[in-house]
Design a protein around this ligand. Structure first.
Ligand SMILES: Nc1ncnc2c1ncn2[C@@H]1O[C@H](COP(=O)(O)OP(=O)(O)OP(=O)(O)O)[C@@H](O)[C@H]1O
Ligand SMILES: [Mg+2]
Length: 255
């Protein structure tokens, strides 16, 4: 199971990614949660305490690693470096394990256009490609709305891309843009999860916007999720059975 999660800012991508990763781990599955959003916040959704979060250094900032693997100096231009760096050991060595979930934070790479071949980018692309195409364990990727950096080759290995939406026109418009981008890079299996749904009007709004069988699940607006966020707890902490079932049903459909 290799899943990419996308959607407009603040819709609940990290919430869903954390819930699915934690549930998979509880079921005994080896799971890697990949924070591929430059504005990383998956660690918090997983309930990793703040002092431990501070210890996590994103791959984009691991200068020694980047330079050793690419043979190039970070922040120097016009260099020759390996386009196929060795990356297969990085996830195990750099992931932070919490409640059975291995979290790997990629971090932000300064964008120099889609063809940017700075060493950080080369290493991160090679790493994502290796995790998606060569590794057997479950992978849950928390992405931003822009998914171009997934790339054509990598997207072939992604089983499903989930676009998280909330009951509002702007999030639906953003979802359509993401669908277009996904098609451009060859991602075929695109599904939706509606989040922060408050009552029947909200649910109807969502159901009118997307075909029923593409909707993997509907997550209600939840005070419990807000409380956990405020208290620095994991998304699933003390969640009611009703809410837990919603996440479990989504995970089942992805298997
Ligand atoms: N079902 C829900 N009910 C209530 N609040 C929610 C729900 N889902 C997410 N939230 C809250 O909404 C906020 C945004 O959620 P989250 O961080 O998961 O979104 P995101 O899409 O990852 O955001 P970003 O684009 O900033 O990475 C958080 O405060 C989170 O606790
Ligand atoms: Mg997020």
């Amino acid at each position: 199971m290799k899943i990419a999660i996308s959607g407009k800012g603040g819709v609940g991508k990290s919430t869903l990614a954390a819930a699915l990763a934690l549930l998979s781990a509880r079921q005994g599955q080896k799971v890697l949660a990949l924070d591929a959003d430059p504005d990383a916040n998956l660690a918090a959704a997983l309930g990793i305490p703040e002092d431990k979060q501070a210890e996590i250094i994103p791959i984009s900032k691991q200068v020694a690693l980047i330079e050793a693997r690419t043979g190039a100096k970070v922040k120097q231009y016009g260099q020759v470096f390996k386009l196929n760096p060795e990356v297969s050991d990085i996830a195990d060595a750099y992931a932070f394990v919490h409640q059975g979930v291995a979290l790997l934070v990629l971090g932000a790479v300064e964008q120099g256009g889609s063809g940017c071949a700075c060493p950080e980018n080369v290493l991160i692309r090679a790493l994502v490609m290796d995790l998606v195409l060569n590794k057997n364990e479950a992978l849950i990727m928390d992405m931003e709305a822009g998914i171009e950096h997934l790339g054509r080759a990598t997207s072939r290995g992604v089983d499903c891309m989930i676009v998280v939406i909330e009951p509002g026109q702007r999030s639906i418009d953003s979802a359509y843009k993401i669908i277009r981008m996904a098609h451009e890079i060859g991602l075929k299996n695109i599904r939706f999860v509606a989040n922060k749904v408050n009552g029947t009007n909200d649910e109807e709004f969502i159901r009118n916007a997307f075909p029923n069988h593409d909707l993997l699940g509907v997550i209600p607006y939840s005070e419990e999720i807000r409380r956990n966020d405020r208290n620095g707890l994991s998304v699933l902490d003390g969640l009611s059975d009703e809410m837990m079932n919603r996440f479990e049903e989504i995970l089942e459909k992805l298997k």
